[in-house]
Ligand binder design. Structure first.
Ligand SMILES: [Zn+2]
Ligand SMILES: [Zn+2]
Length: 457
């Protein structure tokens, strides 16, 4: 499924030369602004996936001002081709707003630092003075509020702070610094759009790629590091169980897809509980099941939507094949085969699992522990969430990548949450997620800068 997307992207790119997206002039300039002012601006002005036009213009203007060579519109043709494929049209404002900013500083290693730019379709409920009141229409057509509920505004602010530091401390490093601003992380396609448009061929291929993600369960001032697999392969599967509908009172004249779907859901539970090594990790969740509309009608079909998570690619293959097998044979047991066999489609917005390079983590961990003290460096457990940052380490060259967790919760709120009856902390993607900006950004800039200085020796 991934192959189809890549082939489509490559064909589209061959057909049209990549022109940069028209360069918008930012309404607000970062020049002379503090990181706190930049953060509040970004928080107040969020943009949805593949619609990050103003955010991209704002960031790229600052990178130019700092002396970087900037190439905008990376992935634009790919994104438009994708929108055509999925929705039959390209909505106004939809495009590839990824950009690459390169700063050469003599011979030496190449380091890529990534920030993601998109926000989520949510109405903000933080009550902050700089809360977003934006509404917009996603490229898929749904209208909603828009909010930086995943903290990508923290990532961008930290990224600018790191760029400023590295420019000011140019005498302390050698090599090539490649700073990229990535669109559409939340829909899992942004890193692919940039790679498909030649991120590693048109620009210096990095020796290392680093990024950070804020964390809604870790206090500001703390860094979380995990080694090896830290985030999961994420697959979405659509499954349609077909049947022969009819009167609810005469089941003998029908083949009831609701009963078959129920059996499939139950048997799917054994993929993890009976077929996966207990030392391995996997999730098969049926998140939606829809069929029928009246008490006394047996429907013709039932539709299920699944999310499937794993770390190792072999486990992923096994789970996907297992879903197909269980659906097929449960239906067959009910006499549903041939043109009545279930149809399964694995969606091509797959996000690969994130493997933090152990050597890179070890190196960063030693440095960060020295800088912040061991009490502030937490060992992060792997999660079954996904991050399309993973893709930067999944090309043929297997570039070592590392994503750090950046604590973002105010210490007071964190402590209160631990007391009996204390208010639970809002998670990422919650309309109440409100990072504690100053200590979070300061820690992020420091951590990224010292890691970069070490990798650019
Ligand atoms: Zn997110
Ligand atoms: Zn995120």
């Amino acid at each position: 499924m991934k192959r189809t997307v890549l082939a489509l992207g490559a064909a589209m790119l061959a057909a049209c030369t990549t022109a940069p997206a028209s360069e918008a002039q930012p309404a607000f300039s970062a020049s002379g602004k503090t990181l706190r002012q930049i953060y509040e601006y970004l928080h107040k002005n969020p943009e949805l996936s593949f619609q990050e036009k103003n955010t991209s213009a704002f960031l790229s203007a600052e990178m130019k001002r700092l002396g970087f060579t900037v190439t905008t519109g990376l992935g634009d043709q790919w994104v438009k081709a994708r929108a055509m494929k999925e929705y039959g049209k390209v909505q106004d404002g939809v495009g590839g707003y990824g950009f690459v900013a390169v700063l050469q500083n003599g011979p030496g290693p190449t380091l890529m630092i990534r920030a993601d730019m998109d926000a989520l379709p949510l109405v903000e409920k933080t009550g902050l003075p700089y809360a977003s009141t934006f509404r917009d229409t996603a490229w898929s057509g749904e209208e909603s509020g828009v909010m930086h509920a995943c903290g990508h505004d923290i990532h961008m602010t930290t990224w600018i702070g790191t760029a400023r530091e590295l420019v000011a401390r140019k005498s302390e490093w050698k090599g090539t610094l490649v700073m990229i601003a990535q669109p559409a992380e939340e829909i899992g396609l942004g890193s692919m759009s940039m790679l498909e448009d030649g991120l590693y061929t048109r620009f210096p291929e990095p020796d290392h790629v680093i990024a950070l993600h804020d964390n809604a369960a870790l206090p500001a001032g703390y860094i979380g590091l995990g080694s090896g697999y830290v985030m999961a392969n994420v697959d979405s599967v659509d499954l349609t169980v077909k049947g022969v509908g009819g009167h609810g009172a005469y089941p003998q004249d029908t083949k009831d897809p609701i009963v078959v779907a129920a059996r499939i859901v139950t048997t799917l539970q054994t993929l993890v509980s009976r077929e996966t090594d207990p030392q391995d990790s996997a999730v098969v969740t049926v998140g939606a099941i829809n069929g029928g509309f009246k008490h006394n009608i047996i429907p013709d079909e039932v539709k299920l939507q699944l999310t499937v998570r794993s770390f190792a690619d072999a486990t992923r293959e096994k789970l996907l094949k297992g879903i197909e097998r269980i659906a097929k044979y449960e239906a067959m047991a009910a006499g549903l085969e041939g043109d009545k066999a279930p149809t399964i489609s694995i969606k091509d917005d797959y996000t690969p699992s994130l493997y933090n390079d152990p050597k890179l983590v070890e190196r960063a961990s030693a440095l960060l522990t020295k800088e912040f003290g061991s009490a502030k460096i937490a060992t992060a457990s792997p999660t079954m969430g996904g991050e399309d940052f993973a893709r930067f380490g999944r090309t043929a060259d297997k570039v070592p990548v590392m994503l750090m967790w950046l604590g973002a919760v105010s210490q007071a709120k964190y402590d209160a949450s631990l007391r009996p009856g204390g208010a639970p902390l809002p998670s990422l993607h919650s309309s109440g997620f409100a990072p504690d900006p100053d200590p979070t950004i300061a820690t992020g800039v420091k951590a990224m800068t010292i890691t970069a200085l070490d990798l650019l020796k």
